[in-house]
Ligand binder design. Structure first.
Ligand SMILES: Nc1nc2c(ncn2[C@@H]2O[C@H](COP(=O)(O)OP(=O)(O)OP(=O)(O)O)[C@@H](O)[C@H]2O)c(=O)[nH]1
Ligand SMILES: [Zn+2]
Length: 215
């Protein structure tokens, strides 16, 4: 099941048989998106004074465009949301399930440079239990688009809440932002921590039990 199946999310539009994100007027097929981005990225390189005839640089515009659409920003295309397998909670497990240290790669929407780190997720199962690796896949997918850490944290929590049909979800993200570390203030020691606590996790004791698994 994909969250696009749920009423909560749907910015997807069908264009010429291909599903694209329609929110920003980007009603293009995937290959047209790649061609368009390659054209504009090539222009950026030219404006910067780079030689597009250099054998090492000539394929860079197309390479970057493919990377943006298929990898770095694939999370903008909801049709690529990972397939998720569920299992009936026949054993009636109603304790906290925690997954720690999920790898995260994302992009700052202000500077278009990466931020990356770790995500911790917990939930109380309702009628469904999710395959463990699927939580990592969902975090990876939601990470792969330009955004701020606060929005990312909340989106992971809300998506899991819908998919798992439980209001009891917690997400904690710790990340290093290259826009802070490699430019601007150039502070490579600081990192940013954000949490989203839904349902029972608003209770201080429950939140503490979750936080104690990684701090
Ligand atoms: N709240 C939040 N801010 C972010 C995130 N990623 C980047 N930023 C901040 O977005 C802000 C953009 O500020 P601006 O003043 O417009 O940009 P800037 O002149 O490049 O700012 P400096 O980074 O301070 O050089 C910066 O303070 C960034 O640190 C994020 O995930 N969450
Ligand atoms: Zn930034």
């Amino acid at each position: 099941m994909k969250p696009a199946d749920q009423s909560r999310t749907s910015t997807v539009t069908q264009v010429n048989g291909t599903l694209c994100n329609g929110e920003n007027g980007q009603r293009l097929k995937k290959n047209d998106k790649i061609a368009e981005i390659a054209h504009h990225f090539g222009r950026i390189m030219e404006v910067l004074g780079l030689d597009l005839d250099d054998p090492s640089l000539k394929d860079t515009p197309a390479r970057v465009a493919k990377m943006f659409v298929n990898e770095a920003f694939v999370g903008l295309d909801e049709t690529q949301f990972p397939e998720v397998s569920f299992f009936d909670n026949t054993y009636n497990f109603d304790e906290m399930v925690v997954v720690n240290d999920i790898s995260l790669y994302s992009y700052c929407e202000h500077h278009f440079v990466p931020f990356f780190g770790k995500v911790n997720v917990a939930y109380f199962p309702n009628k469904k239990v999710i395959g463990l690796s699927k939580i990592n896949r969902i975090v990876d997918f939601i990470g792969r688009k330009p955004q701020v850490q606060e929005k990312l944290t909340r989106e992971i929590a809300e998506t899991l809440s819908v998919l798992l049909d439980t209001e009891h979800v917690a997400v904690y993200v710790e990340a290093n932002h290259l826009c802070v570390a490699s430019r601007g203030i150039k502070d490579h020691n600081s990192h940013t921590k954000t949490g989203s606590y839904l349902g029972k996790f608003k209770n201080e004791w429950t939140k503490k039990e979750f936080v104690s698994t990684f701090q």
